[in-house]
Design a protein around this ligand. Structure first.
Ligand code: IPE
Ligand code: IPE
Ligand code: MG
Length: 234
């Protein structure tokens, strides 16, 4: 069992391996995304049960548009049906936010995202940030644009720019992530939470995301609890 005194406050998950999971079963890649979406729901509720206040999941990157249209449409349709089902989740004490550039999404999806973000969730335990059309570099570019606009208006000088100036302009409402879990055997960030992960701990796991269980999550937390976080100190 995990030790609740050392729980991370913010966990990030790169939900990877859906395609390989489907391929192993001779199924279309979108079947892997469907099972992956179910696992996402289960792990969100598990975080809530553990009392972890922030969970950020990587659902679709700024680079994932390179995939075949059928697959991209499949992922967006899953997101739509998840959001249409949100009514049921109102009493689950889980709030939902989106991070990423919403500009390319159609009106219906934008409205569903907005409705989910505004939902009146009672006694929130866990806030889930869904990274959709999210890129860590894009997030920093977005922050820089906002700073330059303010400077052009004469409201900000170079000397006034601090780390907080950037942190406060990120898509993500939480500037630091404590633990990043990546299943699927890949050991890279793939443009996830670049700024926020400056002092994150990483746990890479061989399991594919659609096979990921609450027990795997607990194993990652146990590994995290063994780490000695020094933040540059001694
Ligand atoms: C992650 O699983 C989900 C998305 C990127 C949308 P993948 O689809 O990348 O699965 P693999 O890596 O091909 O197995
Ligand atoms: C990262 O996985 C993005 C998501 C899980 C949404 P990818 O499968 O896109 O990453 P690469 O291409 O293996 O680096
Ligand atoms: Mg992948």
């Amino acid at each position: 069992m995990t030790d609740k005194t050392f729980l991370p406050e913010h966990v990030g998950i790169i939900m990877d391996g859906n395609g390989r999971w489907a391929k192993k079963r001779g199924l279309p890649r979108n079947a892997g995304h469907k099972k992956g979406a179910e696992v996402f729901g289960e792990i969100s509720r598990h975080c809530r049960d553990l009392g972890i206040p922030w969970l950020t999941v990587y659902a679709f990157s700024t680079e994932n548009w390179k995939r075949p249209k059928e697959e991209v449409d499949g992922v967006m349709n899953l997101m739509r049906s998840y959001l249409k089902d949100m009514e049921k989740a109102k009493n689950e004490h889980i709030a939902v936010r989106f991070i990423g550039d919403k500009a390319p999404f159609d009106k219906e999806l934008k409205e569903l995202m907005e409705k989910a973000e505004k939902a009146d969730v009672k006694d929130v335990v866990t806030t889930v940030q869904i990274a959709l059309n999210y890129g860590g570099r894009d997030e920093i570019v977005h922050a820089v644009k906002s700073i330059v606009k303010e400077a052009a208006l004469g409201n900000l000088t170079p000397e006034e720019i601090t780390e907080d100036t950037i942190s406060s302009r990120l898509y993500s409402g939480i500037p630091n992530v404590d633990l990043i879990i990546r299943p699927s055997g890949e050991e890279r960030l793939s443009n996830f939470l670049l700024w926020e992960s400056a002092y994150a701990e990483f746990v890479f796991m061989d399991v594919l995301w659609p096979d990921f269980t609450p027990t795997d999550f607990d194993a990652a937390i146990e590994e995290y609890e063994k780490r000695n976080r020094r933040f540059g100190g001694v």
